[in-house]
Design a protein around this ligand. Sequence first.
Ligand SMILES: C[S@@+](CC[C@H](N)C(=O)[O-])C[C@H]1O[C@@H](n2cnc3c(N)ncnc32)[C@H](O)[C@@H]1O
Length: 285
Amino acid sequence: MKVTPEELQSIARLVNDLCGIVLDSGKGYLIESRLGSVARESGCQSFSELYYKARYENNPGLREKIIDAITTNETLFFRDTSPFEVLQHKVLPELIDAKSKTPFARRIRIWSAACSTGQEPYSISMILHELIGNLTGWDIQILATDISDAAVRQASLGIYGAHEIQRGMKMNLLDKCFVRDGQNFHAKDHLRGLIAFRKINLLQPLTAVGTFDIIFCRNVAIYFDSRTRRDLFLRLSDRLTSDGYLFVGSTESLSDIDPRFLPQHYCRAVYYQPNKLRPALCATT
Ligand SMILES: C[S@@+](CC[C@H](N)C(=O)[O-])C[C@H]1O[C@@H](n2cnc3c(N)ncnc32)[C@H](O)[C@@H]1O
């Protein structure tokens, strides 16, 4: 099914409204390849029909199919390596140390926002188990969220094929953390037990998710326009504790967004913390 320039514009507006992803005029091939089958399966003869059905009919199922098809779910275990090294050797030891000294429950909250099929939260869970070993006395939760139903479903199953396992998995952790079942590998219960999976659209208000010691929001804002991206990271900064840590993708930087983000460099990685010295004027947006 071919997309006309007018259809491209209206589908791009629809996709942008649904999930923030920007499809410019060069993305006709993406619409044809990813949404052609959604259109056909929904009985549409053209992309205009798909647009009208999704926009004007009360059809949340169709909107979900469009989101599942248009989102790029590329991910892998321990993606980019260095953020996970920082997590293991700097951020979590600091956090564990600080929490151990408080008289309160030793509570750690981590959010993997836009977690795709789950390799990111499972990587975090593996590191936590390696570091803490016995989790008795700890109240730890990783919230793993994505806008795509299909991605969240796969993430919560925790079942990966050999090809997915080969992409980034540390072989010394494989037997400890996964059980082999034919061609597939199932995440063990202790790994999944730390993770709660939910569907969350990052364009929606985020206040209900709570606050977090660590947020991973990597490789999703690269698909947004600069205003949506800025708005997202400002709202995420409100979800971070005052000493919290924010990780973005290796090609992303928050230096142009707001002085409230203080970049911290450790080995080859950069993460961000709330800038306590920022001018009072920047405190609100
Ligand atoms: C390229 S993957 C990144 C996965 C993982 N964070 C990583 O870096 O490996 C981008 C993910 O963002 C999700 N996504 C896109 N728009 C979103 C939105 N508005 N809200 C939440 N997730 C979104 C997609 O479904 C996709 O799974």
